[in-house]
Design a protein around this ligand. Structure first.
Ligand code: TXA
Ligand code: MG
Length: 328
């Protein structure tokens, strides 16, 4: 059931039920982070393997010390700078956080979501919320309440509708290794913006294979994630349009470059005709979702400029692709 009743959402969460919540990045599938039963339900509803840990959502920066300790000053500084917002930091978990939340890791991931309804909801609760993206494991992350309803509606009692997610791409995850700041997941805050605040960082985003010598990566070589049911093919669009001329296709464009589509079996999306990466991020998952639902057999797209949020978008596109042709 979809609605806007924050009190109802709070009551359900207090009873260790799950509620889908809006955030600025994507919708989350939330449960009481301190209750093992609620957390176990999250894994079950998402069909997610329990070795994949969950992010804990808190209402303000002071709360972080209830659940984490030994947090590096640079991470706290980032948190102060970007929160509430699409940033997740890692700290040593306190015993109050069940091992199931962190998949047995001694680190806990924490963030303050930037959405008025969810901040109000957190205010009504005396516990934080564990929340992965509200999609079945490996499928596209939802950016509207309706998408959550279509994907998980029959498995959860309530979906709090906070409209379309403004950022549209998950939070950037940062932690520490050997006294250096490491980015584990590219996301809603760009590497450049993080480096403006704390200087150089190390990128360990798992699926990025920069300078790789492979020309073609198949799904087996890339971590599959954010994946539509139909094939996503990334490459040079002009070449792909030729190669797939006889096939019905969804095309995902960016910017105002002109293509000659000389066939009728094309559905065209543009992430941002004016070439704005922030707008493109906000539209990415919805576009993949609509393309996947459309009456076409493949999704063709090109990588975006690899700067700012373009890097985060490219990361998601590569992981969603069954076949990725690297033209560089
Ligand atoms: O924007 C977001 O972060 C969204 C919204 C709902 O807040 N949440 C989200 O959660 O993307 P999820 O579960 O789809 O992705 C969480 C990522 C996973 O890749 C997980 O491996 C990583 O965070 N993660 C969580 N806890 C961790 C930990 N203790 N150490 C390392 N990585 C962790
Ligand atoms: Mg996810």
């Amino acid at each position: 059931m979809i609605g806007t009743d924050i009190f109802k959402a709070a009551e359900l969460l207090k009873q260790n039920e799950l509620v889908a919540i809006p955030t600025e990045t994507v919708y989350g599938l939330a449960g009481n982070a301190l209750n093992t039963i609620a957390v176990a339900k999250i894994f079950e509803v998402k069909n997610r393997p329990t070795f994949n840990p969950l992010i804990v959502h808190i209402k303000n920066i002071d709360f972080i010390h209830h659940i984490a300790q030994n947090i590096d000053e640079r991470l706290l500084h980032l948190m102060q700078h970007f929160s509430p917002g699409p940033l997740t930091i890692l700290g040593d978990k306190k015993p109050i956080i069940p091992d199931l939340v962190t998949a047995g890791s001694s680190k806990v991931a924490v963030r303050i979501p930037h959405h008025p309804m969810t901040l109000q909801l957190l205010d009504l609760l005396d516990f934080p919320l564990a929340a992965p993206s509200a999609n079945p494991f490996q499928y596209i992350s939802p950016t509207t309440a309706q998408q959550v309803e279509e994907q998980l509606g029959n498995k959860i009692p309530y979906i709090l509708d906070g409209g379309k997610c403004k950022v549209g791409i998950e939070s950037t995850i940062v932690g520490m290794e050997e006294n250096k700041v490491v980015i584990y997941r590219l996301g809603g805050i760009s590497v450049e913006d993080i480096e403006k605040v704390i200087g150089r960082v190390i990128l360990k985003n798992q699926s990025i294979r920069e300078n790789n010598s492979h020309k073609i990566l198949t799904s087996g070589q890339l971590e599959k994630h954010y994946a539509p049911k139909k094939p996503v093919i990334i490459g040079n669009l002009e070449e792909l349009l030729n190669e797939y001329s006889s096939v019905s296709k969804a095309l995902i464009l960016f910017g105002n470059k002109h293509y000659n589509f000389n066939s009728e079996n094309i559905l065209v999306f543009n992430l941002s005709p004016k070439g704005d990466l922030v707008e493109a991020a906000a539209r990415l998952f919805e576009t993949l979702y609509l393309a996947d639902k459309s009456n076409t057999s493949v999704i063709l797209c090109e990588l975006l400029p690899d700067t700012g949020l373009g890097r985060s978008i490219n990361d998601r596109l590569k992981r969603s692709a069954k076949k990725f042709i690297d033209n560089n």
